[in-house]
Design a protein around this ligand. Structure first.
Ligand code: P53
Length: 479
């Protein structure tokens, strides 16, 4: 019985962040400008993220939250000490590409940027924390966008390869878990953030997206090849914005719609994990007049260098319908879905479904039989500190506990192989979807508001001690 309640020995508990959402210091020590810096908070945010509008001007009166964020660039020692205190076994973070190659196409890296992450990784190891590094988390140097059109260009393969070679060589022995592209399927929903894509009037947007996706998929294989060559200890994973699609009713049309929606997302992982393009995608391209240029060498790379493990984010399940009259959506930003009447929602309209995590884990396991890593899960909520500055975030504890139980069941009852779990935004940070600071996920509260005002002081929420206990008991404390 007690055996049922724990996790495998060595299970990697931890938390996750992304460079641009927490580092700030956007122009420090030679860092170049990136797409993620030039997306302001406010009503014009979404059209930029989704590639419908260009606006890159810090002087336009908008607030650009990524410029300063929570200034982790200067405070990482304090923050990692807090992660260490919680007992983190792993910390997922991302590299800001433009710290390493400020423009993206230089031949030599920026030493100050390399040194920053070296210090950060060493700090992690002081506490026995294994870094899990996302090579690109929605970021692309602006120069690569202006000069080459971002991932629509094949030239990106060369620049990304150079970035990877630099990272794998420099951080050999310090990092062994790597993710090539954060939420690679988000390229379809948020092409500017996902791949630095901006579109010209009248062009075939889907074709451009899939061409860029092809470049990313090949780049991912090149990264896997290099990582294994440079250090056989390296493990490379893909990363999917996951969440099972449910049919809205038992109508076969609804089941078919859900399957199609799932395939749109699994398409990327099918290639990264199986090593070839699935027939359903090739047929769809044919039907839709999409021609993706690819070489024989590309296809060989995809085949020879598949990922070692599959990582994903999970916030919610989704709903699909084959009936065009069914249109009621959740409020979820960017990646909205039809509303599920059986589920509660967060303050941002994201529907809460712990069993959906177990279902998603099982689906991915059945589809690929590769080890999995949940690298994002959490509740974005409004926190109100009491007069002592303390946040009693029982709602966050409830969300996380329910999801931890679901993954414990998937491991113990269903036998899926799961390496670890990193909660999203283990310290409060800027929201990727909305640019808000008040949409908080952390165990650690950061005194900063939506306008960037505040002391940036860190303080422990109630969930801090709760999560510490979860890790110490290897999950057994979750009732
Ligand atoms: P925020 C949309 C849907 C699912 C995952 O999101 C998403 C998004 C983009 O908003 O992104 C991931 O901050 C992403 C993180 C992001 C996190 O989910 O909008 O990898 O960068 O912060 C949560 O609440």
């Amino acid at each position: 019985m007690s055996e049922k309640l724990t996790f495998p020995t060595g299970f990697l508990w931890g938390g996750a962040t992304a460079a641009n959402q927490c580092e700030g210091a956007y122009d420090a020590d030679g860092r170049g400008l990136a797409n993620v810096d030039v997306v302001p908070i406010g009503k014009d945010r979404l059209p930029i993220i989704t590639g419908q509008k260009k606006m890159f001007d810090f002087e336009d009166g908008y607030f650009y939250p990524a410029k300063e964020a929570i200034d982790m660039y200067h405070r990482f020692k304090e923050d990692i000490a807090l992660f260490g205190e919680m007992g983190f076994k792993t910390y997922r973070l991302s590299i800001a590409w433009s710290r390493i190659f400020p423009k993206g196409d230089e031949l030599e890296p920026n030493e100050a940027g390399l040194k920053f992450y070296e210090d950060l990784f060493k700090e992690c190891h002081k506490y026995g924390i294994e870094p899990l590094v996302t090579i690109t988390h929605f970021d692309c140097p602006m120069h690569l966008i202006e000069e080459y059109g971002g991932w629509r260009s094949r030239k990106m393969l060369e620049f990304y390869e150079r970035l990877c070679r630099t990272l794998f060589t420099r951080y050999k022995g310090l990092v062994k878990y790597w993710l090539t592209f954060n939420e690679i399927n988000m390229i379809l929903h948020a092409p500017f953030m996902g791949a630095g894509l901006c579109f010209e009037e009248g062009e075939n947007v889907e074709q451009v997206k899939y061409q860029a996706a092809h470049h990313e998929l090949v780049a991912s294989s090149i990264a896997t090849k290099l990582a294994h060559e440079i250090d056989p200890e390296n493990k490379v994973g893909c990363m999917l914005a996951a969440g099972q699609n449910y049919p809205n009713t038992a109508h076969p049309d609804d089941y078919w719609a859900a399957m199609k929606e799932d395939r749109e997302n699994y398409f990327f992982i099918d290639v990264q994990s199986r090593g070839y393009y699935p027939n359903y995608a090739k047929k769809a391209w044919e039907r839709e007049g999409i021609t993706v240029e690819m070489t024989e060498e590309d296809l060989q790379l995809l085949k020879d260098y598949t990922v070692d493990f599959i990582s994903f984010s999970y916030y919610s399940s989704r709903v699909a319908s084959g009936d065009p009259a069914v249109t009621e959506q959740t409020e979820g930003n960017i990646f909205a879905s039809l509303k599920n009447p059986y589920l509660e929602s967060s303050e941002w309209g994201w529907q809460i479904d712990p069993l959906g995590l177990r279902i998603t884990l099982n689906t991915i396991w059945d589809r690929y039989q590769k080890p999995m890593f949940i690298v994002e899960n959490g509740l974005g909520a409004m926190d109100t500190p009491d007069e002592n500055g303390y946040v009693a975030d029982d709602y966050r504890i409830a969300y996380l506990a329910a999801h931890i139980k679901a993954m414990r069941d998937a491991i113990n009852e269903d036998g899926v192989e799961l390496w670890g779990y990193t909660t999203w935004g283990c310290i409060d940070l800027v929201s990727a979807g909305t640019g808000e600071m008040k949409k908080r996920y952390g165990f650690i509260y950061v005194d900063c508001d939506n306008e960037g005002k505040g002391t940036l002081k860190r303080s422990k929420k109630k969930s801090f001690d709760w999560y510490k206990e979860v890790i110490a008991s290897n999950g057994a404390s979750v009732e």
